[in-house]
Design a protein around this ligand. Structure first.
Ligand SMILES: Cc1cc2nc3c(=O)[nH]c(=O)nc-3n(C[C@H](O)[C@H](O)[C@H](O)COP(=O)(O)OP(=O)(O)OC[C@H]3O[C@@H](n4cnc5c(N)ncnc54)[C@H](O)[C@@H]3O)c2cc1C
Length: 665
């Protein structure tokens, strides 16, 4: 029965799935790459992952090390390109020290090291003859980087820095890859020379012997312990690190923006700190792409299972209703499906933004940096929060079976949710966006025109004056109408905050008092960016039968589901009437009906293999129940019909032979 459900669903699709796969991946070559590397990983027994959730931490971690070493040998022996190696690592689908080595350690050296330093360190890192991590956060401070306490004091008598951990709270805490693997760390420490503290700078510090991997003298390094969930992020050795007067050569200070001379003088290089922003845009683009991937995985599982699962509604002789046909299911699920697509187009646009920023920086043009910094901070924040919440929603959408690790969803959530915290706490990032928005508004009076994603604030007067023109449901699916609605919501929330802050006793007190409202305004600004990018993407030519039509429906669903989800914003700013909100809801229901026959084909277009999904509920063939049943019987708990512990702890209870601990009982 269930196998037929998905086959039936696929027949009802009104578009060319293969063409949609190309849209999702970006090009036919990317589709092929995914197929090729995906199969390579799936067919290699070393990369098995279905047993991860039942492994103890030590076994789990050792297995991760095995996978990483095996992957490295494949990358080298098959001479994989950088893009292929990246795909391989992502398909192995397991957080590992390599993420930090390739994703943070190497980029930090590239971004903050001088040319000479790059020539010295990068070849070692590329060959993995050293393995590095990124040690910024401390036990006492994460978000407040200026509050870090680790010190690096220059000693002119030996031409070295002395790295120290002066307090308990100065212990480095959290860096991935640090606990058990890394030989080197980029350590953020306060640079002190000639008795003066020059603030936090980055240093390369060797922490383990390259011979026997023992911590070097003066270094205490360890894993910080088990984290949330089974499997999940526990494959990573997040670590702690302390220094007791560890000496490093002077030129281990990454010196792109500042150096210290032989006699201890601090010399800024004149290279603006903002040069590092290019790397940050790149990292955030990757985070947004990952958000769309993770969300698409969860949505694939929930859509397929919702088409297989049937509850209630039996008529004589007919099957029960597929749960995907319930409007409540659709209204929770389809907006997430649309969001996965929205984030993919956003990621593509951020790739463009990255090349634009990089070429500007090379020309010494820093003019777009504040806007780019704000928008990428905000987009990292909203995409990771929505994705984490979305994975959890998909788990609930799968009912009881979603709670089984066999659904793939608990582990997906456990592995993904820290993305809301690392690379910047999501609330703090939105507060940074808010500062940018308030500054932009304050400069309007002096005639400074906002640009890029903030350009619309230049029309604030119009956006404040004109309310929503919608009079019937179909009026809502007009790009200009939607664009205006999101711009008006964002501008009005920002202007309201600016007015409230202006009335406060001082700016900072006002900012702090209205920080919740500011976060709402920032979210509105970022959601506008996502809606706009989705709409822009649809203006380009999109080949394939019915593909554009489906994307148009998804775009409308994305925008209108936000209108209803954020109804408070639109109503409180006076932009919408409650009647117009009802019209939006009505239009959304029509869109759900249009999407419904295509839902399964739309998740097939994500091109996720069964191996990658790792979910019995999300299997391509829909054969859910038989596999759930067989997998349960294979669980180590069921290795024998009578459980271990029966003789000691069950039999004595049943036979009333239990030794009583307390004779009064
Ligand atoms: C899985 C994982 C991996 C990590 N990997 C690394 C790594 O490789 N290297 C590394 O250096 N670090 C790493 N980190 C650390 C991470 O970067 C920090 O945890 C993160 O920056 C948040 O900082 P925090 O822990 O100090 O949170 P806090 O800032 O203490 O946040 C606690 C709460 O306070 C709120 N808050 C704090 N300040 C303000 C404010 N000014 N206004 C309003 N609210 C505020 C926050 O929103 C949050 O709700 C990792 C963390 C995790 C969970």
């Amino acid at each position: 029965m269930e196998m037929n459900s998905l086959a039936q669903e696929r027949k009802s699709a009104q578009f060319d799935v293969e063409a949609m796969k190309v849209v999702w991946e970006g090009s036919p070559e990317q589709v092929q790459l995914t197929q090729r590397i995906g199969q390579l990983v799936a067919s290699d027994p070393v990369f098995r992952k279905d047993n991860r959730v039942s492994q103890g931490r030590l076994e789990l971690f050792k297995n991760t090390l095995w996978k990483a070493a095996h992957a490295w040998s494949i990358i080298q022996s098959m001479h994989l390109t950088e893009a292929e190696a990246l795909k391989l690592r992502s398909f192995i689908d397991e957080p590992a020290y390599t993420d930090l080595h390739w994703g943070m350690f190497i980029p930090a050296i590239k971004g903050q090291g001088t040319d000479e330093q790059q020539q010295k360190w990068l070849p070692l890192a590329f060959k993995q003859t050293i393995i590095g991590c990124y040690a910024q956060t401390e036990l006492g401070h994460g978000s407040n980087v200026q509050g870090l306490e680790t010190t690096a004091t220059f000693d002119p008598s030996t031409d070295e820095f002395i790295v120290n951990t002066p307090t308990l709270t100065a212990t480095k805490w959290w860096p991935g890859g640090l606990g058990k693997v890394s030989t080197h760390a980029i350590v953020y420490a306060r640079l002190i020379t000639d008795g003066k503290d020059y603030g936090v700078h980055a240093f390369i510090v060797q922490i383990r012997s390259l011979e026997d991997h023992h911590p070097l003298p003066g270094v205490i390094v360890a894993d910080i312990g088990v984290k949330f969930g089974n499997g999940g992020y526990n494959t990573m050795d997040n670590g702690l690190l302390r220094f007791d007067s560890v000496r490093i050569p002077r030129d281990n200070l990454l010196m792109r923006v500042a150096s210290v001379t032989r006699d201890g003088k601090y010399v800024p290089s004149g290279v603006p700190r903002q040069l590092g922003y290019g790397a940050m845009v790149f990292v955030r683009k990757s985070i947004v792409m990952d958000a769309s991937t993770y969300l698409s995985r969860a949505v694939t599982i929930a859509v397929r299972y919702s088409a297989v699962r049937r509850q209630f509604g039996t008529e004589q002789g007919k099957p029960e209703t597929q749960v995907i046909d319930y409007m409540t299911q659709q209204s929770r699920l389809f907006p997430l499906l649309a969001t996965a697509y929205a984030y993919r187009f956003l990621g593509v646009w951020m790739s463009w933004l990255y090349s634009d920023v990089t070429s500007r920086l090379e020309r010494g043009d820093f003019s777009t940096l504040p806007e780019v910094h704000a928008c990428t901070s905000g987009l990292k924040s909203i995409t990771t929060s929505t994705t984490a919440d979305g994975i959890e929603e998909c788990r609930k959408l799968c009912g009881g079976h979603g709670y089984l690790c066999a659904s793939g969803l608990p582990e997906l959530y456990a592995a993904y949710v820290p993305a809301c915290t690392y690379e910047g706490d999501n609330v703090i990032l939105l507060l940074q966006v808010a500062r940018f928005l308030m500054k932009t508004l304050s400069l309007l009076g002096s005639g400074k025109k906002p640009s890029g994603t903030a350009a619309y604030l230049g029309n604030a007067a119009d956006l404040l004056a004109k309310n929503c023109p919608v009079t019937k449901e179909r009026d809502w699916i007009n790009l200009d109408t939607l664009q205006h609605a999101f711009e008006a919501r964002s501008a009005r929330l920002s202007v309201k905050c600016a007015t409230q802050i202006a009335a406060a006793s001082n700016q900072e007190a006002g900012f702090s008092e209205f920080s919740s409202e500011l976060v709402d305004a920032s979210r509105a600004h970022c959601e506008l960016i996502v809606v706009t990018r989705f709409m822009e993407a649809l203006k380009k030519e999109i080949p394939g039968r019915g593909v554009r039509e489906q994307l148009q429906i998804l775009c409308n669903i994305y925008a209108l589901s936000l209108v209803t989800a954020r109804a408070g914003d639109f109503l409180v700013t006076g932009y919408l009437s409650s009647e117009q909100l009802d019209l939006a809801k009505g239009q959304l229901r029509s869109l759900f009906r249009e999407l419904r026959p295509n839902a399964v084909a739309l998740v097939d277009s994500f091109n996720h293999s069964d191996y990658y999904l790792g979910s019995t509920l999300g299997r391509f063939d829909g054969n859910v129940y038989e596999n759930l049943y067989n997998d349960a019987l294979k669980d180590p708990m069921n290795a024998s019909p009578v459980t271990e512990g029966y003789e000691e702890y069950i039999r004595p209870v049943l036979k009333r032979q239990l030794k009583l601990a307390n004779s009064r009982l």
